[in-house]
Design a protein around this ligand. Structure first.
Ligand code: 4AD
Ligand code: MG
Length: 459
């Protein structure tokens, strides 16, 4: 008999004579003549209750059916006598497949997020992380749907690359050089570069994305990116996933439209398809979550020039730790003021000073700002960063000179401006930041299956 997922059994509209359930015991309660097992198989938040009668030949198995044990139960799906659930399974056979013993670390009492991070190999079995990772999977699917419905092509950009797109020097080297002491022959002598030149883990697929956009028009990437920033914050990971659409024949306004409708689409999809998980987060993680998501989904985002944002912050009367003036980066405290206190909703800030942005952004006619956008949201700050790209060969060359970027190394990027150049635009959405938004998680480590952050790469 094929096993049924618990989510389908719980949604059944009639009793079923023969079912097979496979999962892990969450709790067990013993009465005089029978026992209850609460079983979870990860297909949904809810457990399925199983009644095991003491007269069952397999009843001796119950000794091993402790919290955490893996079990298989065959039986009947019948209306439940209890008030908490519509259906329960009356066991006809019970097999303990894998015991958990008395030292199973995930007991019923709530555990702290910090403790659960230390047991990242078991935390997907908790209610909270089951919900988080079901939402993560669904969100990835919604991202592909959004772009596929709009005829965007999915492009796989390389993970190993020789370029530093953001020019911030936050690169992880890729090398075949063994670590000290693990050398074998030739130890101490530097090896030849495997790829003939220094290579790194990518910080962004954008530059390669531009190549494909200027051939196939609308494209997106969705893959892992790596940054060696030593900022141990709750919003930065060393390895994170990014979605980067790129559109040919598209200016900054079109870019903002896409970025905002993308974020709204993802919020709407989560509201519609992950209702149980959202209710759980709303109850245990963040009491304002569902209301906030409904507001993001239904209200248009505020759009604000960087210059206006600076004026507004200066006029706010707030004492910020980092003072604001034209030319400075917006800090988390400024982003929070705009999204949480002033506009009480997402804000798209555009046209930043060129000095604080990378070489590829298009210079505006004022000669001082570039056609950049950042979408900011409450609790997180920047969730999207993007721009219209500099498509004019001479302007691009000047930018590269100013940023100290080698024109020889980026010959292919410059070629795009020589052969059939067009205005084009795109952005990057941080997948984990988006997940923080829809789950209410306040630490990025809690939306990543196995987080990589400075000083930590367990599992
Ligand atoms: O603003 P960023 O650095 O932009 C780029 O990488 C561009 N190449 C994107 C483009 O135009 N195609 O990063 C984009 C987004 C940020 O807004 C943020 O959501 C996320 O990526 N992000 C991080 N997420 C987690 N950990 C980090 N260390 C992140 N750095 C950026
Ligand atoms: Mg950015």
């Amino acid at each position: 008999m094929q096993a049924s997922l618990i989510k389908y059994l719980l949604a059944s509209d009639a009793p079923v004579d023969e079912v097979l359930v496979q999962g892990w015991v969450r709790t067990r309660r013993d009465a005089k003549t029978f026992s209850f097992l609460e079983i979870n198989d990860g297909s949904c938040l809810e457990n399925l209750q199983v009644i095991v009668d003491a007269t069952l030949p397999d009843f001796e198995q119950m000794e091993k059916a402790n919290t955490g044990a893996a079990v298989a139960v065959a039986g009947k799906l019948a209306p439940s006598q209890g008030r908490d659930q519509a259906w329960e399974v009356v066991a006809q056979s019970l097999t303990v497949i894998g015991e958990a013993g008395p030292n199973y670390p995930l007991q019923k009492k709530g555990h702290s997020l910090e403790f659960l991070r230390e047991i990242a190999h078991l935390r997907p079995r908790s209610n909270l992380f089951g919900c988080v990772f079901r939402v993560r999977s669904r969100l990835a699917y919604a991202i592909h749907r959004f772009f596929q419905e709009r005829d965007f092509l999915y492009v796989h950009t390389p993970i190993i690359t020789a370029s530093d797109c953001e020019g911030a020097g936050e690169l992880f080297r890729v090398t075949t050089q063994p670590p000290p002491g693990r050398g074998g022959d030739g130890e101490g002598e530097p090896r030849k570069e495997f790829f003939g030149k220094p290579t790194y883990l990518t910080v962004s697929g954008q530059l390669e994305g531009e190549i494909f956009a200027t051939a196939l028009k609308n494209i997106y990437t969705f893959g892992p990116t790596f940054r060696a920033e030593n900022s141990n914050t709750s919003r930065h990971a060393s390895e994170f996933w990014m979605i980067e659409p790129e559109m040919a024949f598209c200016d900054l306004a079109g870019n903002m439209d896409l970025a905002e409708s993308f974020v709204q689409y993802l919020v709407r999809d989560t509201l519609e398809t992950c209702r149980t998980e959202l209710k759980f987060f709303n109850r245990f993680v963040d009491r304002g979550l569902i209301r906030r998501l409904e507001s993001i989904e239904s209200r248009s985002f505020t759009r604000l020039g960087y210059g206006e944002a600076v004026k507004l912050l200066r006029a706010s009367g707030r004492k910020f730790q980092y003072p604001v003036e034209f030319g400075s980066n917006l800090q988390a405290e400024h982003e929070r003021y705009l999204t949480e206190d002033h506009f009480k909703g997402p804000v798209t800030v555009y046209n930043y000073p060129r000095e604080i942005k990378p070489f590829y952004m298009r210079l505006n006619d004022d000669g001082k700002t570039v056609a950049a956008i950042d979408v900011l949201v409450a609790g997180i700050g920047e969730i999207v960063g993007g721009s219209q790209r500099e498509e004019r060969a001479d302007f691009l060359d000047r930018n590269m000179d100013r940023h100290g970027i080698s024109k020889e190394e980026y010959w292919w990027y410059r070629d795009l401006r020589r052969f059939g150049t067009v205005p084009h635009s795109g952005f990057g959405l941080g997948f984990e930041r988006m997940l923080m938004l829809v789950t209410g998680a306040s630490n990025i480590r809690d939306v990543i299956p196995f987080a990589r952050t400075p000083g930590s790469a367990e599992f």
